[in-house]
Design a protein. Sequence first.
Length: 472
Amino acid sequence: MTQQIDYSEKIPNNVNLAGDRRLQRALENWQPRFADWWLEMGPVGFQDNEIYLRTAVDVGREGWAHFSHVKLPDYRWGIFLSEPEEDRRIGFGEMKGEPVWQEVPGEFRTDLRRLIVVQGDTEPASVEQQRYLGKTAPSLYDLRNLFQINVEEGRHLWAMVYLLHAHFGRDGREEADALLQRNSGDPDHPRILGAFNEKTSDWLSFLLFTYFTDRDGKYQLGALKESAFDPLSRTCDFMLKEEAHHMFVGASGIARVIQRTCEVMKEYDTDDVRPYGAIDLPTLQKYINFHFSVSLDLFGSETSTNAANYYSAGLKGRFAEPSYEDDHVLVNDEDAISEIVDGRWLETSRPKITVVNEQLRRSYIEDCAKGMRRWNRILEEHGIQYRLDLPNEAFHRQVGIYRDAYVAPSGEILSESDWESSESNFLPTDSDRDFVISLMQPVYSPGQMASWIAPPVSGIHTQPIDYEYVRL
Ligand SMILES: [Fe+2]
Ligand SMILES: [Fe+2]
């Protein structure tokens, strides 16, 4: 049973850690390693500044978070699981309808541990990728949002480490240690997934990362929330609550970039906004193309026997599994996927269970498209003709069935030489990146914004926009 979160304990939790001395000691041993990692690989600077952060205090529907100024190293990272659902049953796969598991079944131990490790690896990875961004924040409001996301990704690491320690014995503890030993971009010990080894060197990339890559996180967590392994399900359920803010930072942040660009376009009656310190729309489109395509890779291959096995075993479902109107076993159904065969698009039918990754990806793409429509509405409201688009899902892929194809953002299949001559129109060039980086001048007075981004619509929690979100 869950209980209130106890903040008098060394590790705040609602899993009755005090009732399991061995586990408590093991996690208290891991805690200083986490603290070292935070100082070594977490945000550069600002560790002594007070930052207006939210901390989880309850897992219930109402008032789950508390806001106050805290120093980053004093943030109370804890272990929080959502309320258990009474008589919860497995919702999909071969064991559909059976009671969910509170312990890991031996035959699925390796697969479950792998799923948890891969998810856990992404959490500290993004903190590492973003560690230098504090130096160039466009406002105190944004600086605070960056750190809020960073501490919560740290907490998501705690969430996965708890599962490893509590349910996987010695190899679980070893995996928990390894989560701090791999580092983003480290040539010898890189993070597991490609997108998490890319640099997040500027705030435009950061905002798009939170829009596209944190949204991949939402879909992965949503799929794991359906898991028959109940502690994993409840952990992910609560993580999703925190994740919503990360995507808000991206969606509202890019909306503010577009707002600012529109204002400059109108004021100077030009598309060429770069001289005025704003980001031109074609450059933004190229950044979208990049972040969307690397995020699609995170879903794995379109057809996957691993994903099919996870699904039939009940380990990982689809996003909002109950909303699918099929039998949730999928062995007798077919689903069509688009392939490129001999230089042409071809719809092919596959056993539905082999394309669950693709189904998860489709829900994700629909969700991405919603925010794009809101961004385009800003352009429309300013009477600007230009429209932003999601590139075709086969564009610029390193993983899956499109890996070896050259496909334009429009979906047109290209030859390798056509691709090479057009690539600079599709993806940010070095000079685009240099330009964006040149805009990244820190703005640290309350209420002031950098030249390339409009102010937010409102402040954080109940505070005004010009609040001192970070005390410098
Ligand atoms: Fe996360
Ligand atoms: Fe996140």
